[in-house]
Design a protein around this ligand. Structure first.
Ligand SMILES: Nc1ncnc2c1ncn2[C@@H]1O[C@H](COP(=O)(O)OP(=O)(O)O)[C@@H](O)[C@H]1O
Ligand SMILES: [Mg+2]
Length: 485
C-alpha cells in the first residue's frame, strides 16, 4: 500500500472565512478564550472613526511562544481540555477573527515574555504557504491598546486589521463599526450575563470605554417572575438542568426593563429555550419545534444547562451559536414545558386596539377590580342616534340586548385566534347600509345640519370613521333630506 501526504491548500484559510459568524458571535468566541484563560477583564476597542481595526485585550494567563504558535494553528489545540473550557474545536480564534478581517495579530505575555504572531491572508496567499508572521516588540508597539497591554504582567491582545468582511461595501466604515458595536453590546451582555453578574470573580467587559451590564433574560431579580422547577433530566448518566420562567406582565416591569427590546417589541422572538454550556449562553429564541412561537407563550423562557460532555449529542456548531437537543431529550423536554407554557398563557398580554380618546368608539373598555370588560358605549353618537328614536321600553330592551352581547362576547376565542395570527376580517357594510345609518343619524339631529361640519364630526365616530367616501354620502343624505323638507 502506498500513501501520500496531502496537506490542505492555503486556500483553506480563505474558505474558512465564510463559516457565517456575526460580529457579535465572533467577538464572543474571543471572549470565551479570555475567560478560559482566567481573565477578569476584557477590553474591546473598535475604530469608530475610520473602521480600520478592532482590538480585544484580556488579563488572562497569556501564552508562551509555543502555546501561541499552536493557538494559531488550525485545530491546533484540540487535545485534553478542562471541563470548564469554553473552547472546543481549536478553531474559534482563527475562524472568528478571519470571518471579519484579513489580518489577525495575537500578542501575548506570559511570565513577562511577549510573543507576537500574525496571520495575514494576503501574505499567505502571496507566498502560497502556511506562513505565520513572527513580529518583534517594536513592530507591535503601535497597536491599539498596546500601552494597557504593556502595563500588564500577563494577558493577551488580539487585533483585527483590514476588516473587509465586517465592512462589506459600506462607504462610511467608522459609522458602520459604531453601529455594529451597539449590536455587539447587547449580544455580549446576554451571552455572558452570568459571568457579568457573578458575585465573586465577576467578569468585566468594557466596549469603547463603556462597561457592560448583564442582560438577564429571565428577570430572576424581578419578584413578579414565576419559576417552575428546576428539574434534572438524566441523559446517559449526565444531568441536564431545566428551569422555566414566566416573565411578568408588562405592568410588572421596571422602567429600565421596559426599555429592553427583548421585553418590548422583540419579546415574541425572545421566547423559548435558552441553552447554556459552561455558564455561557449558546442559543436561544426557539422551541426546537416543541411549541409554537406565538403570542400566548411570549412570556415563557426556559433555561437549559447542558454539560460540555454532551457536546456531540447536542450537535454544538463551530460558532457555538447553535445546539440541537437529542431526540430522546426532546420527549422529556416536551413533558416539562407544557405546564410552564400553561402558566405563561395565563399572564398573556393583550394588545387591543390602541384606545384613542378622539374617536367615539362603539365599544367601551371598563377596568374592573380583577380585570377588564367591554360594554357598548351608549354615548356613542351612532348608538345614541338609534336609541333616541325608540320608545323608552324598546330602548331598554335594545340596551339589554347590546350589553348581553357585549358581556358574552367570546373573548378567549378571539384572543386565541389573534394570538395564533389568524387574520382579522372586519366586515365592511354595503353602501346602502351606511346610507341608512347616516339617515338615522341625520334624523336624530345629533349632528350639525351643515354637511361639511357633520363630516368633521363623523370622522371621529365609529363606524363612520372607516368609510372612504364619507363626504359624498353625507352630502347625499344631508342635501337630499334638506331638499325634501
Ligand atoms: N485570550 C487567550 N488567552 C490565552 N490563551 C488563548 C487565548 N486565546 C486563545 N488561546 C489559546 O489558543 C487556543 C486556540 O483557541 P481557539 O482557536 O479559540 O480554539 P479553542 O478555544 O476551541 O481551543 C486555546 O485553546 C488557548 O490555548
Ligand atoms: Mg476558543
Amino acid at each position: 500500500m502506498n500513501s501520500e501526504e496531502v496537506p490542505p491548500s492555503v486556500n483553506l484559510l480563505q474558505s474558512m472565512r465564510s463559516v457565517g459568524y456575526s460580529l457579535g458571535a465572533a467577538v464572543a468566541d474571543l471572549i470565551d478564550n479570555s475567560i478560559t484563560a482566567g481573565a477578569h477583564f476584557v477590553i474591546l476597542d473598535a475604530d469608530v472613526i475610520e473602521g480600520k481595526y478592532l482590538a480585544i485585550l484580556d488579563d488572562g494567563r497569556g501564552m508562551t511562544f509555543e502555546v501561541a504558535r499552536e493557538a494559531l494553528r488550525l485545530a491546533g489545540s484540540v487535545g485534553d481540555r478542562e471541563d470548564s473550557d469554553l473552547g472546543r474545536f481549536g478553531l474559534g480564534l482563527k475562524t472568528a477573527s478571519l470571518s471579519q478581517a484579513r489580518c489577525l495579530t495575537v500578542v501575548s505575555k506570559r511570565a513577562g515574555v511577549v510573543t507576537a504572531l500574525r496571520w495575514d491572508i494576503n501574505f499567505v496567499r502571496a507566498s502560497g504557504k502556511w506562513l505565520l508572521i513572527v513580529l518583534d516588540e517594536t513592530e507591535v508597539s503601535n497597536l491599539p491598546l498596546w500601552s494597557e497591554f504593556d502595563a500588564q504582567s500577563a494577558g493577551t491582545l488580539v487585533v483585527w486589521h483590514d476588516l473587509d468582511l465586517l465592512l462589506g461595501d459600506t462607504t462610511q466604515p467608522g459609522a458602520f463599526v459604531a453601529e455594529q458595536l451597539s449590536g455587539v453590546r447587547s449580544t455580549l451582555a446576554l451571552v455572558f450575563h452570568r459571568f457579568l453578574a457573578r458575585r465573586r470573580e465577576r467578569l468585566s467587559i468594557t466596549i469603547n470605554g463603556v462597561s457592560l451590564r448583564p442582560i438577564d433574560p429571565f428577570l430572576s431579580d424581578n419578584p413578579k417572575t414565576q419559576r417552575t422547577g428546576p428539574e434534572a433530566i438524566d441523559i446517559g448518566g449526565v444531568e441536564v438542568r431545566v428551569e422555566g420562567f414566566t416573565l411578568p406582565h408588562p405592568s410588572g416591569l421596571t422602567p429600565e426593563e421596559l426599555r429592553r427590546p427583548d421585553l418590548g417589541n422583540d419579546m415574541r422572538e425572545a421566547q423559548g429555550f435558552y441553552v447554556y454550556r459552561n455558564q455561557r449562553l449558546i442559543s436561544h429564541g426557539h422551541w426546537y419545534g416543541l411549541a409554537r412561537m406565538n403570542e400566548l407563550s411570549k412570556q415563557t423562557r426556559v433555561q437549559v444547562d447542558v454539560p460540555p460532555s454532551l457536546d456531540a449529542l447536542w450537535q454544538l456548531d463551530i460558532k457555538k451559536s447553535q445546539a440541537l437537543p437529542p431526540q430522546s431529550f426532546k420527549l422529556r423536554l416536551r413533558q416539562l414545558i407544557d405546564p410552564i407554557l400553561d402558566r405563561g398563557h395565563r399572564v398573556h398580554t393583550f394588545r387591543g386596539r390602541r384606545e384613542s380618546t378622539e374617536v367615539a368608539h362603539v365599544w367601551r373598555k371598563l377596568s374592573t377590580r380583577d380585570g377588564f370588560a367591554y360594554e357598548v358605549n351608549l354615548e356613542s353618537p351612532f348608538v345614541g342616534s338609534v336609541l333616541s328614536r325608540l320608545e323608552a321600553e324598546d330602548a331598554e330592551r335594545v340596551v339589554d340586548l347590546l350589553q348581553t352581547i357585549a358581556s358574552t362576547f367570546p373573548f378567549m376565542d378571539a384572543y386565541v385566534e389573534v394570538a395564533t395570527n389568524a387574520p382579522v376580517n372586519t366586515i365592511q357594510p354595503e353602501r346602502e347600509v351606511i346610507l341608512a345609518r347616516l339617515t338615522v343619524i341625520h334624523q336624530s339631529e345629533i349632528l350639525s345640519n351643515d354637511p361639511a361640519v357633520a363630516v368633521t364630526q363623523l370622522i371621529a365616530v365609529e363606524p363612520f370613521n372607516t368609510v372612504d367616501d364619507l363626504r359624498t354620502l353625507v352630502d347625499l343624505i344631508w342635501k337630499g333630506t334638506n331638499a325634501a323638507q
